[in-house]
Ligand binder design. Structure first.
Ligand code: SF4
Length: 129
């Protein structure tokens, strides 16, 4: 049987260790370089990462970024809104006037169609879609 010197033994042990780590990562569906970018976003991941911890989020900078998706939600620009209530009249299921500010706001769960209807009648383009 062939005898190995100390350097060769160390090298062999290193190669075997790297191979074992690669096999272990493959078994759980991840690469040593980081999570696969095509991993499904679970509700849990989206909830955690929408909190703003972009440094540890595997989706930061990708088209699956939950924070970017959250940022794309429609809203009423309060600096523009004059509180006329036209949006509420045409789409009461999507808009309401905030009693404290006198400005319109979009209700939770409002449909895109209803928001678009309100945005269409806004005289100051305060609805950002
Ligand atoms: S229509 Fe525009 S300006 Fe009028 S309340 Fe709605 S968002 Fe504000």
């Amino acid at each position: 049987m062939m005898k190995l010197n100390t350097t060769a033994k160390a090298l062999l042990i290193g190669v075997v260790a790297v191979a074992l780590v690669a096999v272990a990562y493959a078994a759980v569906g991840r690469s040593p370089a980081g999570p696969a970018q095509d991993t499904e976003i679970t509700a849990e991941v989206a909830t955690v990462n929408a909190g703003g911890d972009c440094a540890s989020c595997p989706y930061a900078g990708t088209d699956k970024c939950p924070a970017a998706a959250a940022a794309k939600k429609p809203y009423v620009d309060a600096s523009k809104c004059i509180g006329c209530g036209k949006c509420v009249r045409v789409a009461p299921e999507a808009f309401e006037i905030d009693k404290k500010t006198g400005k319109a706001k979009i209700k939770v769960g409002a449909s895109k169609a209803a928001v678009a209807r309100g945005a269409k009648v806004c005289p100051v383009d305060a609805v950002v879609q």
